[in-house]
Design a protein around this ligand. Structure first.
Ligand code: FAD
Length: 331
């Protein structure tokens, strides 16, 4: 029996999705926290037909959907996700530098946003940002070096407006092709229509980023590679390795969440298998074989203690998926 769901709904969804859809599929290993339970149903979408089938399954069964990228910003509950988790397959792990078909439109839009932009890259939703950053740098396409430090996919990066080192997706994106699982429509959304803000976008949870076009500029490959090297070194020195999902909280206006957590004396604080990193107070480390509920409890504890001490209510950057036993104080 799948995750408290009526078996008839799960069976019907599996029938619509076809034999590649899997039931009771472990999601924890698909996230960088590496904790958490199963998805009632999991599908790696190999093309638009699969996504259209997901739309039909959602409409017929009323199940929820989770679009999963590299899982580097997700905490999945130990109880799992009671719905259909869908991720983009290798067909969407692509990167075409200076694509002819979108070049003129993209460059026009890009140079309006960023004077000097003369190159573009069209990347699939499943492309891994660090690999994209390195490929662009090696080909002398500058502007995406910052993305080497973000262990997510292009789709997750757009949804979250990921960023760092003085740039973010908003500063380089021209637009994205999106498939709406709610309406079965494929849309092109411009940078403005994507509604990108600080670690957020206007995309709904049923809109799947299929690909995105980014603008850049002609750069010396050696200089771009050197910048990448600097970023990688900075990350190694300032951020922990192991099982985590990067920053747990967004920075409150004019402040840094990590600073508030550190000042509250919470570095190293542990709840069961989860611990506030001693290297960076806005990171939580999960132990091997640990539980998502411990991570969520620790999040709740940090929020309570920081609010008591400073009056600041920390807001989550990390997305919580499914039902947790404890209170994370999730908004
Ligand atoms: P997931 O974690 O899989 O999903 C995140 C959200 O995006 C979910 O809501 C999901 O539904 C949605 N999503 C995923 N794929 C798609 C798609 N194809 N279409 C539509 N929606 C989709 N983030 C930063 O911004 N800056 C940093 O400096 C940074 N540093 C990090 C360092 C470490 C060590 C780690 C582990 C994480 C870090 N992150 C950082 C967080 C994370 O890498 C980013 O938020 C990243 O953009 C998430 O991408 P993902 O593919 O892993 O998305």
């Amino acid at each position: 029996m799948s995750l408290k769901l009526p078996q008839s709904l799960v069976d019907r969804a599996l029938e619509i999705l076809g034999p590649r859809a899997m039931r009771d599929y472990p999601l924890g290993p698909m996230t960088t926290y590496r904790v958490g339970g199963q998805a009632a149903i999991f599908l790696k979408a190999e093309g638009l037909k699969d996504l259209a089938n997901v739309s039909v399954a959602l409409q017929e069964t009323g199940l929820q959907v989770l679009v999963l990228g590299r899982g580097s910003n997700l905490l999945v509950a130990d109880a799992g996700f009671p719905g259909i988790a869908v991720t983009l397959g290798p067909e969407y792990d692509t990167a075409v530098l200076d694509p002819a078909e979108s070049l003129s439109l993209a460059i026009r839009a890009a140079s309006e946003a960023e004077p000097g932009a003369d190159r573009t890259v069209k990347a699939g939703g499943a492309a891994y940002l660090p690999v994209l950053a390195r490929r662009c740098a090696a080909a002398g396409l500058g502007g995406l070096e910052w993305a080497v430090g973000i262990p997510g996919s292009v789709g997750g990066g757009v949804y979250m407006n990921a960023g760092g080192h003085g740039a973010d997706v908003r500063s380089v994106i021209v637009g994205a092709e999106v498939y709406d699982l709610g309406t079965c429509e494929q849309l092109y959304l411009s940078s403005t229509e994507l509604g990108l803000g600080y670690r957020c976008s206007a995309l709904t949870q049923s809109q799947v980023v299929l690909c995105a076009v980014f603008s850049g500029h002609t750069a010396d490959p050696d200089a771009a590679r050197a910048r990448i090297g600097e970023i990688v070194r900075w990350r190694r020195d300032h951020q922990p390795g192991g099982s985590n999902a990067g920053s747990v909280f967004v920075n409150p206006p004019g402040d840094a969440a990590g600073r508030l957590v550190e000042e509250a004396g919470l570095k190293g604080l542990r709840v069961g298998s989860a611990q506030v990193s001693v290297l960076h107070a806005n990171f939580i480390q999960a132990s091997q074989g640990g539980s998502a509920d411990d991570v969520a409890s620790l999040i709740g504890e940090i929020r309570r203690r920081v609010a008591d001490r400073t009056g600041t209510e920390l807001q989550l950057e990390c997305r919580l998926v499914g039902d947790f036993l404890c209170s994370s104080g999730r908004e």
